[in-house]
Design a protein around this ligand. Structure first.
Ligand code: GRF
Length: 186
């Protein structure tokens, strides 16, 4: 059994949650940052900060083949826990089975509300008084695994999807490192 405190972070884009996980790491260490997008800005930041980085452009690559290669890379770095941070690709059932119970994700809604995309637009359209974010276990069903922790953010009059997203993102950056640390030190 790998040490759960050795964390592999998966990103596809800007990586602001990855940064928060790195900068606020307590009780865990970042073993590797992996991406399915070689141009992901977050990868440059990771490399500049001396973190091992793995990437393979997933475009046009068979999903199982990609996931097998990524899994080997994570194994090579002795990863015990995988933290998804804006990883915009559905993982194959085989990958999820292999890492069962050891993959977590941050999602920008108060799950079980608003699984999937456009969470802030949907919260605003519903007239919700609060939005927020959730850290949850990743299973085969999208955004449906056990919730490990949540943060609420008040929705203000005049909020747009953009202003709400910005405030929720700031809450994500506080929530994710805290919940990840609790999770790997249970
Ligand atoms: C965040 O909104 C996160 O909740 C969602 O994807 C976005 C990633 O943003 N899963 P970043 O790459 O961490 O800045």
């Amino acid at each position: 059994m790998r040490d759960p405190r050795r964390v592999g972070i998966l990103i596809s884009g800007r990586g602001s949650n990855m940064r928060a996980l790195v900068e606020k790491a307590a009780g865990y260490e970042i073993a590797v940052v992996a991406s399915n997008k070689p141009q992901a800005p977050g990868l440059d930041w990771a490399r500049e900060h001396g973190l091992p980085a793995w990437t393979w452009d997933s475009k046009g690559v068979d999903k199982e083949e990609f996931d097998r290669a990524m899994s080997s890379a994570l194994e090579d770095h002795q990863v015990g826990t995988i933290a998804l941070a804006g990883f915009m690709r559905i993982l194959s059932p085989r990958f999820i089975e292999q890492w069962r119970g050891r993959i977590v994700n941050i999602h920008p809604s108060l799950l079980p509300k608003y699984r999937g995309l456009d969470t802030h637009v949907r919260a605003l359209e519903a007239g919700d008084p609060v939005g927020g974010c959730s850290v949850h276990i990743v299973t085969e069903e999208l955004d449906a695994g056990d919730v490990l922790g949540q943060a609420e953010v008040a929705i203000e009059p005049g909020d747009t999807a953009l202003t709400l997203e910005q405030r929720v993102l700031a809450a994500e950056h506080e929530l994710y490192p805290r919940i990840l640390s609790e999770f790997v030190n249970r």
